[in-house]
Design a protein around this ligand. Structure first.
Ligand code: SAH
Length: 235
């Protein structure tokens, strides 16, 4: 935890917060903070600054906080991701959030298991926790938006594409015919990442009409690895 993320509800007075639960346990047991120590803090959706430990016991920690700095700039990348299995989803959300993605769109396609849409990892509370972990890792305060679309792929594109796509559209597809993924792209990107089994031919044909197929070379990477490599290359 490189940042203690604060909610408005944590404030007991202007400049004073009290934390219990996960953040208290982490600060007490892992960081082992003591009264007087400074911590990096940030208000969800707001500024970053310093928190000074006023008191800590078994139940809670009290901090005096001063919020002065802006969060880091976002990555102007909208990530459309074929819903991966729960373990991969958690990694993708945490890591891509840490790298600055502010909009995730999770969709269904032929090789996405329908059961993934009922997994506990996709419940709003679980997604929120992964996003917060990503923000805490990267010292950011701006929560990404996550949309989940369980309808069939072609219907999803028909209904949602015009609103979702912005800037350059890149479809990560490690198959012959893809171009090398561009580096350090200026301006917004819509990045489409496929399922573990890849897109089926009809889906590739449709996506080819919407953007450019790109790859990172001949190695097939796990979704969570491909996402990090793609973001590092584009950002
Ligand atoms: N057998 C599948 C592999 C899918 S890997 C196929 O051949 O398409 C899951 C997803 O991760 C892919 O759909 C792609 O979006 C991304 N990915 C994995 N390796 C990649 C690479 N080398 N370049 C670009 N994208 C990659």
């Amino acid at each position: 935890m490189n940042l203690v993320l604060l909610d408005p509800a944590d404030f007991i007075a202007g400049g004073r917060v009290v934390l219990q639960g996960r953040r208290h346990a982490h600060l007490r047991q892992v960081v082992k903070v003591a009264p007087g120590e400074p911590l990096r803090v940030g208000l969800l959706g707001g500024k970053l600054g310093t928190g000074t430990v006023l008191a800590i016991d078994d139940q809670q920690i009290e901090l005096a906080v001063e919020l002065v700095d802006d969060p880091p700039p976002p990555l102007p990348i909208t990530m459309l991701l074929a819903l991966p299995r729960p373990h991969s989803l958690r990694k993708v959300l945490q890591q891509a959030t840490a790298m600055g993605v502010k909009r995730f769109v999770l969709f269904a396609c032929a090789r996405v298991e329908p059961s993934f849409f009922t997994a506990s990892a996709i419940r709003p509370a679980a997604i929120d926790e992964d996003l917060r972990l990503g923000l805490e890792q990267a010292r950011d305060t701006v929560l990404p938006q996550v949309e989940v679309h369980a309808q069939r792929f072609h219907r999803f594109l028909g209904e949602r594409w015009s609103e979702l796509a912005s800037g350059q559209v890149l479809i990560a597809h490690p198959e012959p015919g893809a171009s090398p993924c561009p580096r350090a792209v200026a301006g917004p990107v819509t990045l489409v990442v496929g399922p573990e089994g890849g897109f089926v031919p009809a889906e590739v044909d449709r996506l080819r009409e919407l953007g450019t197929l790109v790859d990172l070379g001949p190695r097939i990477l796990r979704v969570e690895t491909a996402v990090v490599a793609l973001l590092a290359r584009l950002g």
